[in-house]
Design a protein around this ligand. Structure first.
Ligand code: NIG
Ligand code: FE
Length: 402
């Protein structure tokens, strides 16, 4: 797959390279990959000492990684879907108190158990399509108690399903009603009260900000990045989704892991990402669901060797689409990624977007044994066909879980 982003050169998104080993074998010990190569070259082993899974000639890939979701939330927004079909825009609905804020109301009203129960089918759907690692953001609580509640639910999900969960604190997602006309005051709350407690209780790995005209401006975003840095959390940004505010260049200054959405990203922003070795997370589901027409600058990302990840962005407003395989298809049909690039987007480049590029997202010695076995005859089938689930086995940390 197009995974050699470490070189950070123009060839880094090589278009047609899966790095495949035909008639291969792979050995696992203590949850890690300890050997891989041609089956004929497999070192001698005693059949009584090992458990053998016969892949029967199917294709084995790294377990898939969905590096951007908001899958813990209360209620749903099917009513806003109807409103949009009657002509209202996503921004208009948000400005009229709907959008993210309506999900905040439903999320605040839900108990931890209710949030867990509603998130579980969404996560299960991803897992059944080969996802072994998922990122889950908070951002529908917008006060300490409810942000903590969401992050705890994300932690419980990891105990409920055999899947690795990385958590991201997205307190700066929208302005809660009680801070109307006082965005700076809310950002102070995020930075001075919420973030220190969330960091101290180890409830999140990263911090994210919605840097946008309907989100937070550059100065507010920078305050949150500073607080994240101070508390040792990595940084991500929702930026350049609806307009070009320059959030990506700011994120690059703070050595962020990724900028996500990026439809309106400029070449200057891309150069900054390249210099900071950041990943661009493409979210074709939100592009599709909002009927966006501005395409992300794929050719420029290729030109400057920026690694591209692909994720679902599962959320009730812009991407209620719990299918990583659908995202592979959309990344190719809507964004014109090659299947090799799309597959890198849900494996090695998704790992990079989560700061996991030395442990996950590749079939390589020393990496976590998270593996997906597919009943396909060539890798491009994972991007090409949709609606039939070709997953035939899933291994997480060396254990067969499907
Ligand atoms: O990734 N852009 C901001 N956040 C989400 C949308 C959240 C919502 O509408 O509930 C996104 O598109
Ligand atoms: Fe998002």
């Amino acid at each position: 797959m197009a995974c050699d982003h470490e070189s950070n050169g123009a060839q880094s998104n090589a278009k047609n390279n899966y790095g495949e080993i035909l008639d291969g074998a792979l050995a696992i010990s203590h949850g890690k990959i300890v050997w891989l190569g041609k089956a004929d070259d497999l070192p001698h082993y005693n059949k009584n000492d090992v458990k053998v899974i016969d892949g029967q000639g199917q294709w084995l890939t790294p377990g898939l990684i969905d590096c951007h979701t908001h899958l813990v939330y209360g209620g749903n927004r099917a009513n806003e879907f109807e409103m949009r079909l009657q002509g209202k825009s996503y921004q208009e609905i948000a400005e009229a108190g709907g959008g993210i804020i309506s999900t905040v109301k439903a999320t605040r009203a839900a108990t931890e158990a209710e949030l867990l129960a509603s998130a579980l089918p969404r996560l299960t759907a991803l897992h059944q399509q080969g996802v072994t690692t998922v990122e889950i953001k908070s951002g529908y609580g917008l006060d300490l108690i409810n942000e903590v509640k969401m992050l705890k639910v994300a932690g419980q999900l990891e105990k409920t399903l055999p899947i690795t969960v990385k958590r991201t604190f997205l307190g700066a997602h929208a302005l809660p009603a009680e801070y109307k006309d006082n965005a700076d005051g809310y950002i102070d709350l995020v930075c001075d009260e919420m973030l220190p407690i969330i960091a101290e209780q180890k409830l999140a790995d990263s911090v994210d900000v919605f840097c946008e005209s309907i989100g937070f401006n550059l100065a507010q975003t920078e305050k949150v990045f500073n607080a994240a840095k101070k508390h040792g959390l990595s940084i991500k940004a929702h930026a350049e989704q609806l307009s070009d505010l320059g959030g990506t260049e700011l994120a690059a200054k703070y050595n962020a892991l990724s900028t996500d959405h990026v439809e309106f990203l400029s070449e200057q922003g891309i150069k900054a990402m390249s210099a900071a070795n950041m990943t661009a997370v493409l979210l074709p589901g939100a592009f599709y669901f909002l009927r966006e027409t501005q395409l992300p600058p794929i050719e420029l990302l290729r030109k400057h060797g920026v690694a591209m990840a692909v994720a679902t962005d599962v959320n009730p407003g812009t991407s209620p689409l719990c299918s990583i395989l659908l995202m592979l298809n959309m990344a190719c049909t809507l964004f014109r990624l090659t299947p090799s690039e799309a597959l890198a987007g849900v494996t090695c480049n998704a790992a990079k977007a989560l700061g996991l590029s030395t442990t996950k997202g590749k079939l390589a010695i020393g990496f976590d044994a998270d593996l997906a076995l597919w009943n396909i005859t060539q890798p491009a089938e994972l991007c090409y066909q949709f609606g039939v689930n070709p997953l035939s086995a899933l291994v997480q940390n060396g254990d067969k879980v499907i």
